[in-house]
Write a protein that binds this ligand. Structure first.
Ligand code: 4AD
Ligand code: MG
Length: 514
C-alpha cells in the first residue's frame, strides 16, 4: 500500500470548482460514508467545505476500495483523484478517487448521527466543533469579526487594546472576577470603555476588541462569563451621532454576512428575511416611548403589544390541538395491522418532528402569559428585563434603539440629558425575534463635579478613578461610544437558542471545560 502524501501541493474543498477535470490531492477527515456493492461514497471535510468522494474499482484499485469501505467517522485521510462537475452533489462537485491513504484512525467517535443531549455535546465541544452546524456558525462568526475590523478601519478608527487586569469596576461591582495581582486585588475587565475614553482623547476615534468578563451566577441563554466585546469610542460625538454610528456599523456587518455566508446560513436553516430588513434604518425611541409600547399604551404600526401576545397565545393553543390530533392519527395508522415497515418508519419520523414542534409551542405557551403579565405590570423607572425586551422587539423586524434611560438604572459614566436631567444619555440596541440587548452605549459625562458625585453615589473607590477623572481636567470634550457583545450578535444572526453555541469554548456559570 501507499503512504499518505503530505508534501505534494493539495487543493482545499472551497477551491475545487477551479480544478474541474484535473487530478488533485485532498487532505481532510471522513464526515460520512455510504457503501454499496463495489463502491464507496465518502464525504470528506477539510475545514473549508464538504465534498463527496467516490471510490470504485474503475478508477482506484481494489485495495483502495477496501480501505474506503473500512473508513470510520472522523478518520483523517489523504486522497488523490479527479475533480468532476456534478450538479446533483454538494457544492456541484464530486471527486473520483484513484488513491486513498489513512493518516489517523478514529475509532468509536463519540458524536454519532443520532440526537445527543446538549450537556453531552458541550462536554464534547472539542469534537463537536467539527460538525456541520457548528462549522457553519464559526464561519459566520469569523465573517462578522473580519467585517467589524473592515468597517472601523475604513471609517478611520484606530484599534487599541485595553488591559484585562484592572483596578476598577466599569459596569458595577456585583459581577467582578477578582484575582491576585502580586498581592494586590485586581479584577478581570468587564469592559474596556474607560481606557477607550482615554485612547479616544489621544487618537480621535478608536475601537477595542477583546475578551471581557462578568461573574454572573445565573444560567440564562444570553450570559457568558467570558465574552468578546467591540467597543468604539469617538471624540466629539453626541448620543445621536453615536446612534448613527451603531446603525451604519451593524448594517455593514449584517450585509457582509448576507453577501458572504449564504451557504452557511442555509446550512443552519436561518430564514434571512429579518437580516435583510435589518439593512434598513433602525427605529429609535426614548425609554418613555418604549415603556408605553410595552404596556400597550402606544401601538406600533397599528399593533398593540398585549393584544398581539394574547392573539398569539390563542393561535398556539389551536396549533397544539392540531398537532395532538395528527400524532394520534399517525399512531393509529402505525398500529393498524398490515401497515408496511417503510410506512411505520415514515410515521415515526413525522411524529418525532411533530413532538419537537410541540415542545417549542409548549415553551411559547409557558412564556407568553409571563410576558403579558410582566408587560402589564411593568413599573416605570425600572430597567428592562429579558421579557420586556422580548415584548418590545417582537413588534419589529429589525433592531431597535432605546435611548434616554432613567439615570438611576444606568452606569455612573453616562451624561445626563441637558434638557431633562432625570434621564441619562445611554442607548441600548435590542435585536428582534426575542433576542434583546446586543449593544449598550451612550454619551459620556464630561462634567467633573457630576462625575465625581456619581462615583460616590455608586460607592466606587475614588482612588482607582483618579486617572479617568484626569480626562475631564485636561481638554475634556463631548464624546460617546458603545459596546457590542460579539456572541450576542452571532447568536441573533444565526438565530441560535443559546449563546453557548456562538463561541468556540464557552465559559459560563457551571462550565469551565473543555
Ligand atoms: O451593556 P454593557 O454592560 O455595556 C458596557 O459594558 C459598556 N461599557 C460598553 C460601552 O459603552 N463601551 O455591555 C455591552 C454589551 C451588551 O450589550 C451585550 O451585548 C454584551 O456586552 N454583554 C454580554 N454578552 C454575553 N454575556 C454577558 N454576560 C454579557 N454582558 C454584556
Ligand atoms: Mg447593557
Amino acid at each position: 500500500m501507499s503512504k499518505p502524501d503530505f508534501s505534494s501541493p493539495s487543493v482545499v474543498i472551497q477551491d475545487l470548482k477551479n480544478h474541474i477535470g484535473q487530478s488533485i490531492i485532498l487532505r481532510g477527515w471522513v464526515a460520512n460514508k455510504r457503501e454499496g456493492k463495489g463502491i464507496a461514497f465518502v464525504i470528506v471535510r477539510d475545514g473549508t467545505g464538504f465534498c463527496q468522494c467516490v471510490v470504485t474499482p474503475e478508477t482506484a484499485n481494489d485495495d483502495y476500495l477496501a480501505v474506503a469501505q473500512g473508513l470510520t467517522l472522523e478518520t483523517s485521510v489523504v486522497l488523490h483523484g479527479v475533480v468532476k462537475a456534478d450538479e446533483k452533489q454538494l457544492g456541484g462537485i464530486e471527486i473520483q478517487v484513484s488513491q486513498l491513504d489513512v493518516v489517523g484512525i478514529s475509532e468509536n467517535y463519540p458524536i454519532a448521527k443520532k440526537e445527543h443531549g446538549i450537556e453531552f455535546l458541550m462536554d464534547q465541544r472539542h469534537l463537536w466543533l467539527r460538525s456541520t452546524r457548528q462549522w457553519a456558525i464559526m464561519r459566520i462568526r469569523n465573517t462578522i469579526i473580519f467585517a467589524i475590523h473592515e468597517y472601523f478601519q475604513s471609517q478611520g478608527f484606530v484599534q487599541m487594546d485595553a488591559p484585562i487586569f484592572t483596578g476598577n469596576a466599569c459596569e458595577g461591582t456585583s459581577t467582578l472576577f477578582e484575582t491576585d495581582f502580586y498581592g494586590e486585588a485586581a479584577y478581570l475587565s468587564q469592559s474596556g470603555q474607560l481606557y477607550g475614553e482615554a485612547m479616544a482623547m489621544a487618537m480621535g476615534k478608536i475601537y477595542t476588541f477583546g475578551p471581557t468578563f462578568r461573574a454572573e451566577k445565573s444560567k440564562t441563554r444570553r450570559h457568558l462569563s467570558e465574552f468578546w466585546m467591540i467597543e468604539p469610542e469617538m471624540a466629539f460625538y453626541d448620543i445621536f451621532q453615536n446612534m448613527d454610528c451603531i446603525e451604519g456599523f451593524l448594517q455593514f456587518v449584517i450585509g457582509k454576512v448576507l453577501a458572504q455566508c449564504s451557504a452557511e446560513l442555509e446550512t443552519i436553516g436561518r430564514d434571512t428575511s429579518v437580516l435583510k430588513s435589518s439593512l434598513g434604518s433602525f427605529p429609535r425611541m426614548t425609554y418613555d416611548q418604549a415603556v408605553r409600547i410595552i404596556k400597550g399604551e402606544e401601538e406600533v404600526n397599528g399593533v398593540n403589544s398585549i393584544k398581539s401576545l394574547e392573539d398569539e397565545l390563542g393561535a398556539c393553543e389551536a396549533k397544539l390541538q392540531e398537532i395532538d390530533a395528527e400524532i394520534a392519527d399517525r399512531e393509529a395508522k402505525m398500529a393498524t395491522p398490515g401497515t408496511k415497515k417503510g410506512e411505520i418508519i415514515f410515521h415515526q419520523t413525522k411524529i418525532t418532528q411533530l413532538k419537537q414542534e410541540k415542545t417549542d409551542i409548549e415553551e411559547d405557551l409557558r412564556n407568553i402569559p409571563q410576558w403579558i403579565a410582566s408587560a402589564k405590570n411593568f413599573e416605570y423607572g425600572n430597567d428592562f428585563g429579558g421579557s420586556d425586551e422580548t415584548v418590545l422587539t417582537r413588534l419589529f423586524d429589525r433592531p431597535v434603539m432605546v435611548y434616554d434611560w432613567p439615570h438611576e438604572v444606568k452606569a455612573f459614566y453616562l451624561k445626563r440629558n441637558p434638557s431633562d436631567d432625570r434621564f441619562a444619555r445611554g442607548v441600548d440596541v435590542l435585536a428582534p425575534e426575542g433576542y434583546g440587548e446586543i449593544v449598550g452605549g451612550g454619551e459620556r459625562e464630561t462634567d467633573l463635579a457630576s462625575l465625581t458625585a456619581k462615583i460616590e453615589e455608586h460607592q466606587l473607590p475614588m482612588e482607582s478613578f483618579e486617572w479617568y477623572l484626569d480626562l475631564r481636567k485636561y481638554g475634556s470634550v463631548p464624546h460617546a461610544g458603545f459596546g457590542l457583545g460579539l456572541e450576542r450578535l452571532v447568536t441573533w444572526v444565526c438565530k441560535l437558542k443559546h449563546v453557548r453555541e456562538s463561541i468556540p469554548f464557552p465559559r459560563m456559570y457551571g462550565r469551565l471545560t473543555p
